[in-house]
Design a protein around this ligand. Structure first.
Ligand code: Q0Z
Length: 303
């Protein structure tokens, strides 16, 4: 029996796996300037999935998670029909417990970027918290900050203060979520930094499973975080994205107007981007992608 599609994101899908479980599938699709490219990025779905499992495991003393299994042998039988244009599900899918998701995005920022930098320039605050004067774009914050946002059903999420988050989910839950997410960010950022990667910020999704606050969704991946090459970090400028910059630069050079359809990507750009994702995994998690599910099909064995 085919699995029922519950939710389709830009680059991933969520299926009902029965038994109060979901199958979370990461595709090899990539978006740039909010547009999906036509060419798949080899191994991208496996990298995001392997990274999520690495961090759920490394943080398991901090919080329970929704993870049931990454082993395709444990997937419901209908899952095998989801192989995508020859790319098998192995390594790109996770069987997870269905959680009661918090209605907030749990973002932690260690550096001043994106909407955080925009707010600081306006009011010298970050989600309502006052910051020191004179900070520059991409500067490191004195401490990592929990900067939640609401999940907009359409359009962009709205940044909220910790107090507003407490009103939405209750104070005890907001406090637990904040402490858990800040500690998870601290650990991951410390490890990544020793390998030359800055985790500027990251977004966690939490939910209740059996009455306990659990880490859900993807965790500390390039799609849920800003990864910067540490050697190219320069306060006052916007550092390149560790994973997407060659793609963005190439797209800019073509003069494309950023409306669909995007230009066809050259093989070198696809290959370089794929290698960036794999490098991010291997450097941040200290593991080889060749040891992850699905390596036989993609054939990393030969690399
Ligand atoms: C995750 C998403 C998509 C993947 C809902 N354990 C859970 N329980 C309940 N809901 C979720 C999860 Cl992970 C849930 N998302 C985001 C969308 C593919 C994840 F298309 N939405």
């Amino acid at each position: 029996m085919a699995l029922t599609l519950v939710h389709s994101g830009k680059v991933r899908e969520l299926y009902d796996a029965g038994d109060d479980r979901l199958l979370m599938v990461a595709s090899d699709r990539i978006s740039a300037f909010d547009v999906i490219m036509a060419e798949p990025i080899t191994d991208k779905g496996r990298v995001l999935t392997a990274m999520t499992v690495h961090w759920l495991d490394a943080l398991s003393d901090l919080a329970p998670s929704h993870l049931v299994s990454a082993d395709p042998a444990d997937f419901p039988s209908g899952a095998s029909t989801l192989d995508d244009g020859g790319a098998p599900l192995a390594g790109r899918a996770l069987l997870v417990r269905r959680a009661e998701m918090l209605p907030i995005e749990c973002i932690v920022r260690g550096y001043l970027a994106g909407s955080g930098w925009a707010e600081y320039k306006r009011s010298q605050t970050l989600h309502g918290t006052e910051l020191p004067a004179g900070m520059r774009q991409s500067d490191r914050l004195p401490e990592p900050l929990f900067t939640p946002s609401t999940k907009a059903t359409e359009g962009h999420d709205e940044n909220i203060s910790y107090e507003q988050a407490a009103e939405l989910v209750g104070r005890a839950t907001a406090t637990k979520a904040r402490d858990l997410c800040v500690e998870a960010y601290r650990r991951a950022a410390a490890v990544a930094e020793t390998h030359g990667i800055i985790v500027a910020d990251t977004k966690f999704e939490l939910g209740f499973i059996d009455g306990e606050l659990a880490l859900c969704d993807e965790v500390l991946t390039p799609d849920s975080s800003r990864f910067w090459p540490a050697d190219q970090w320069e306060p006052g400028t916007s550092p390149p994205s560790f994973d997407k910059q060659p793609l963005r630069d190439w797209l800019e050079d073509t003069g494309w107007d950023k409306t669909p359809p995007p230009p066809a990507l050259p093989d070198e750009i696809v290959k370089e981007t794929s290698e960036r994702y794999i490098a991010a995994y291997e450097r941040v998690c200290g593991r080889r992608l060749a040891d992850w599910y699905g390596a036989d099909w993609y054939g990393e064995g030969g690399r």
